[in-house]
Design a protein around this ligand. Structure first.
Ligand SMILES: [Zn+2]
Ligand SMILES: [Zn+2]
Length: 182
């Protein structure tokens, strides 16, 4: 059975809360035929990945640090950070993952209501984190973006789109993930 480690990445901001990590762990176990654990790793969001002008961290550089820092681990690994991530061509990303590969990263920064100047909402944060964990893990299982409205593999480029989709896979994506996990 495929194994996935969910790794909390320390950075400048408060690290992801244990409750949110557990929600993500549960979501991954619900969706994938995988054993999922929350792992303590000694990987930090590298200072060198900070783009000072943007005030954001480079997702590819954070992912690189994660892959290097967990090279000995046999599992797939999904790093979770509170820092805001970007890739050069986009203003921000909720996460990034290697297609069919070993590693991915998820940012909780823009999943928090506080980011939009609204009061915090733990349940909404958990729901969004579940969707984003399943989405990035889906890429690790070889899944590409899907057009089904409810499918977690649907691309979300803003928080409204993220809120509209679900945290499960459509039948087609689920079948493909199953094939890959074998
Ligand atoms: Zn994606
Ligand atoms: Zn789908």
């Amino acid at each position: 059975m495929t194994e996935i480690a969910l790794a909390r990445l320390a950075g400048g901001m408060e690290p992801p809360a244990a409750g949110v990590m557990e929600e993500m762990r549960q979501a991954l176990e619900d969706v994938f035929a995988a054993r999922v654990r929350v792992a303590e790793v000694r990987v930090r969001v590298p200072e060198a990945s900070l783009d000072g002008a943007r005030g954001q961290y480079s997702a590819p550089l954070v992912l690189k640090a994660l892959l290097e820092g967990t090279a000995g681990m046999g599992e797939k690994v999904l790093g979770v950070t509170s820092e805001d991530l970007f890739i050069p061509m986009l203003s921000f990303v909720y996460g990034q993952a290697q297609l069919g590969g070993r590693g991915g990263v998820v940012s909780l920064a823009r999943l928090k209501q506080e980011y939009y100047g609204l009061p915090g909402d733990g349940e909404l944060l958990a729901a969004r984190a579940r969707k984003e964990a399943v989405h990035e893990a889906g890429h690790l299982f070889g899944l590409v973006h899907c057009e089904q409205p409810e499918c977690a593999m649907r691309l979300s480029t803003n928080i409204r789109q993220l809120d509209l989709k679900g945290d499960a896979l459509c039948l087609g994506c689920a079948a493909l993930a199953m094939e890959h996990g074998r």
